[in-house]
Design a protein around this ligand. Structure first.
Ligand code: SF4
Ligand code: SF4
Ligand code: SF4
Ligand code: FES
Length: 950
């Protein structure tokens, strides 16, 4: 179906959540027989039988509450009128949902609600999408006998503080759905019902405005509200949508499914998709609300070119821009050799687009100089998991966490970076799962509403490997190894070598306590819990990978999971929390210089032959340049042209001055992006990019789940990103003639064994699939390594702790580590152009009170942060979340220059930068750093040059 045709996805609300049970129960509802799992409510059974029952306080995302009394039914042999939402089914039950008495009672209940409700239905934002209105219609309410003159809430004041939704208490029916959504779905517990009886009302925090409360603006309450009390401001402004399309969030690696609700080609609102298997109808503030960047005035919609970066940009036709880029690339290759150019794929673009860019580099450029942002985030995951388990990806589904008894979170803060998964994890913690957090900071994961870590190993940054070896030491020396699993599933020699290594006294918690700063007993207790607490699952993030020993740590994690048998079933596993929406996909698609799609090494002659025959070219067997090598080669003059799609290397890569210098020395940089990002300021050709709303394709999330991205509006610049790459390939003389991204996926599936069974048709049918999806697993693979590891026997690898070269000294006595915040996303190009800046409008430096006092720093002061690489200035926040000796900042704003201070140190195996450890000094200052002053000047000049003449 053409995606722009009118269609609406209407979800059925079953009233109460589905139950899983071994026993099925058959009953009769209005003379219809229905069979459901034991524990199902009468309400849900009735909807499943096709007999909806009026309801107000029930919705199937929340446990039944039984307060509105609208859903009453009659059950033969029972007295009274039980609420169908709170009554479980019983075998042989005979239920009547429509009797004159029930009609009377329901009408009476709804009449009471309406008597304290504004009668402005025609002008209400929820008109046409209001459950109260629907129920009044269903029960046949025709008059309100009590009148509207008595005491009521009709003039209650609105709370407009949240930029995305309004709270209008005059419309509230106190059904408690919002309160339960905040507790059960989101896990924030920001809402309560304040007061009693008639005086009761919904209150955020301690009776504060939403913005002043703990509310994180996830929108679950808005979605749950059956009236217009909590309503998106866009709906108030624009009215109800007329069509909708299912798509996937373009922010983080959770990959939430969304229903884009549209009027024409304008988004009215994004509603988390109930059937989305990664999010089950939930979302965070970014995916649900922060989509305004897609139509922001800063977007550049016309191609532009210039000879030098000091020239003004000139708007040109697509033909001219593509022609110019192609001729420059060919000229550079003629003058400086085939390897003098390369490309960078984007983890924000679709699989199909990423595949095309690496194909363009390999087939049209004729080299393997292609890399991706995973170089700077999860490349150690790819390397470490491949070496140990045989596959470069996480082992589980997100849902698997609901079967975990022990959850170990290492170097990750899912509450900020993977919020929807964090909500699920917190639900499991509230059910009683144990929690171990390994993190130098006291993050939101350590303590929150109704959960607290059993053990927080607050280690010194840079000592992960010491901790993992010490944990392994306890498991091995205290006899906690799962011998049967190891004997049956793992390589015996590697296990015995590893066992001997970790058993050494120098790897004991006592010895490592000196290095890590974590008391030995805490490490011992955490190890015992992980090994003996039932299903134990590890979740980790960039706090593991972005280190000089990132790959070593990933292998250490895999060792631990294998040694304890915590792999190959639900509730366990090794789970990298991938950052960007499609970083898994961009790696799968062959974005690394040494790998063809499906992680097959470029030196493998058979794989190369397969691609050579499909692509009609001969491929270079030598791996190409990684991003840092591209910079080096640029500086030595051998690398002069770059095609950079949807990636802002100037802001996101370490040692900004070095990157800027490398780019300044190049002759043709082609940037394809939505905005004139930091990298584009060094570019010679700008090609307008397309947002996720403007194209078809697929994203692959952190659980290997491939989901559809669907076009809901035409590409604003004229072409989707994959079409632009195709134009460029053709202009370079390499033919590409795909009619639709599904053709590209068909080619990927043909050439990649783990994708053999993937097609757009299948994704449309199943909603999503997790790779491997092929002849052996036609509907995908939720859990990996079930009977054997992908590589056969699991391989233990020795993880010798080596202290980073980045040493603290008298001159640089503090360690700077970095991370993210919920409301902003990576380089911030998207979220900075939304109301999300209301939560976080600048990056700040967190510093411990002790370190602040020593330096005479007060909260909010400007402080200079100086490393061996450079200096920047931020405002200070004094907090005990960081330990003495450690400072922390986010990196969402270019002017912060967080990467001006990060160094060139990187992971030994993959070159992933060591962002998490930089030795710095911090001191009070009164003016921006020299770099910041320079940046401001350069930025101003570049923006001036972009005020284009055509
Ligand atoms: S938006 Fe989310 S966090 Fe805020 S009150 Fe609603 S459910 Fe709670
Ligand atoms: S705000 Fe909405 S969901 Fe919350 S109690 Fe009122 S009507 Fe119910
Ligand atoms: S959790 Fe991630 S994928 Fe889901 S809505 Fe938020 S940013 Fe989007
Ligand atoms: S829907 Fe059952 S009591 Fe409200």
């Amino acid at each position: 179906m053409n995606t722009l045709e009118l269609k609406r996805h209407v979800d059925i609300d079953y009233g109460t959540p589905a139950r899983e049970a071994a026993t099925m129960v058959t009953l009769e509802i209005d003379d219809r027989s229905v069979t459901v799992p034991a524990g199902t409510s009468v309400m849900r059974a009735s909807v499943e039988a096709g007999i909806p029952i009026p309801k107000l306080c029930a919705t199937d995302s929340l446990e039944a509450f039984g307060s509105c009394r609208v859903c009453l039914v009659e059950i033969e042999g029972r007295r009274g009128y039980p609420a169908s939402c709170t009554t479980p089914v019983e075998a042989g039950m005979k239920v009547h949902t429509q009797t004159p008495k029930l009609a009377d009672i329901r009408r009476g209940m709804v009449e009471l609600y309406i008597s304290d409700h504004p009668l402005d239905c025609l002008t209400c934002a929820a008109n046409g999408n209001c459950e109260l209105q629907d129920v009044a219609g269903q029960v046949g309410l025709r008059e309100v006998r009590y009148g509207y003159d008595g005491e009521n809430h009709l003039v209650a004041e609105k709370d407009e503080s949240n930029p995305y939704f309004t709270y209008d208490p005059s419309k509230c029916i106190v059904c408690n759905r919002c309160v339960r959504a905040c507790e059960e779905t989101q896990g924030t517990f920001a809402l309560t019902i304040d007061g009693r009886g008639f005086a009761s009302r919904v209150a955020a925090g301690q009776n504060e405005d939403f913005m002043d409360s703990e509310c994180v603006s996830c929108g679950a309450c808005v979605q749950a509200c059956p009236t217009a009390t909590l309503t998106e401001k866009t709906v108030i402004m624009m009215g109800q949508a007329t069509r909708s399309e299912i798509t996937t969030c373009a922010y983080c690696g959770v990959g939430c499914g969304f229903k884009a609700e549209m009027q024409g080609d304008k988004v009215v609102r994004m509603v988390p998709w109930k059937d989305g298997k990664a999010n089950h109808g939930h979302s965070c503030v970014k995916g649900r609300f922060a989509w305004g960047y897609a139509t922001h005035q800063d977007r550049i919609l016309k191609p532009m070119i210039r000879k030098k970066i000091t020239d003004p940009w000139r708007e040109v036709s697509w033909e001219e821009a593509i022609g110019y880029a192609a001729s420059e690339f060919r000229r550079i290759q003629q003058e400086h050799g085939r390897d003098a150019i390369g490309g960078i794929t984007s983890s924000r673009c679709t699989n199909e687009e990423t595949y095309l860019v690496q194909k363009l580099v390999r087939a049209a450029f004729g080299n393997n100089n292609v890399d991706t942002c995973a170089r700077v985030c999860h490349s150690p995951t790819g390397y470490g998991l491949k070496q140990t388990l045989g596959e470069s990806a996480g082992t589980q589904t997100f849902d698997s966490v609901m079967k975990a008894d022990v959850i170990m979170v290492i170097g990750a803060n899912p509450v900020a970076a993977h919020p929807v998964f964090a909500s699920q994890m917190k639900r499991r913690l509230r059910q009683g799962a144990k929690l171990i957090v390994v993190d130098p900071r006291t993050t939101d994961m350590v303590r929150g509403a109704h959960y607290e870590a059993d053990y927080h190993l607050k280690l010194k940054p840079g000592t992960n490997v010491a901790i993992i070896s010490a944990l392994a030491h306890v498991i091995v020396t205290e006899g906690l190894v799962n011998e049967a699993f190891v004997a049956g599933r793992c390589d015996a020699q590697s296990f015995s070598d590893w066992k001997a290594f970790v058993s050494r006294p120098e790897n004991s918690p006592e010895a490592m306590a000196v290095v890590t700063g974590v008391p030995a007993e805490l490490i011992r207790d955490a190890a015992r819990l992980y090994a003996t607490g039932g299903n134990a699952a590890i979740y980790y993030g960039l706090g593991v990978t972005e280190h000089a020993q990132g790959s070593t740590m990933v292998m250490g994690i895999a060792n631990l999971a294998m040694a304890t048998g915590n792999i190959g079933r639900e509730g366990v596993g090794v789970n990298p929390l991938r950052g960007q929406n499609n970083v898994q996909g961009s790696c799968d698609m062959g974005s690394f210089p040494h790998e063809l799609p499906g992680y097959r090494h470029i030196s493998d002659a058979t794989t190369r032959a397969l691609f050579e025959s499909a692509w009609g070219v001969s491929l270079n067997a030598e791996p190409g340049l990684r991003i840092p090598n591209m910079f080096e080669a640029a500086l030595d003059g051998s690398f002069r042209g770059l095609y950079c799609q949807g990636e802002d290397i100037v802001q996101s890569d370490p040692n900004t001055q070095h990157v800027a210098e490398a780019l300044s020395s190049m002759e043709c940089i082609v940037v394809q992006d939505l905005f004139l990002n930091e990298t584009a300021k060094y570019a010679h050709v700008f090609l307008p990019g397309s947002s996720f709303l403007e194209k078809d394709g697929t994203f692959t999330n952190a659980e290997r789940r491939i989901s559809r991205v669907r076009k809901v509006m035409p590409a604003k610049g004229g072409y989707a990103d994959w079409e632009v790459t195709q134009l460029l390939a053709n202009a370079l003389g390499y033919p590409m003639h795909y009619a639709h991204p599904s053709d590209i996926m068909d080619e990927i599936a043909r050439l990649t064994p783990t994708f053999h069974g993937v097609s757009f048709d299948k994704l449309d049918r199943l909603g999503s699939v997790q790779w491997p999806c092929n002849e052996h697993a036609p509907d995908g693979t939720p859990i990996m390594h079930i009977d054997e590891f992908v590589r056969g026997k699991g391989r233990f690898i020795i993880t010798q702790y080596i202290a980073t070269d980045e040493k603290v000294t008298q001159r640089y006595p503090l360690i700077l580590t970095t991370g993210r915040i919920l409301s902003q996303y990576n380089v911030g190009a998207q979220t900075r152009r939304t109301e999300n800046v209301r939560w976080h409008s600048e990056d700040r430096l967190e510093i411990h009170p002790h370190d602040a006092e020593e330096r005479g720093i007060h909260d909010g002061d400007w402080v200079g942060i100086e490393s061996r690489s450079g200096q920047t200035v931020l405002r200070a926040t004094i907090t005990e979340n960081v330990q003495p000796g450690v400072v922390y900042t986010t990196f969402h704003f270019p002017e912060s220059g967080a990467n001006v201070i990060t160094t060139d140190n990187s992971d030994w195996a993959t070159n992933c930068p060591e962002y998490k450890v930089t030795a710095v000094q911090v001191m009070p200052v009164t003016q921006p750093s020299e770099w910041q002053q320079q940046y401001e000047r350069f930025n101003r000049e570049q923006l001036e040059l972009a005020r284009v003449d055509s």
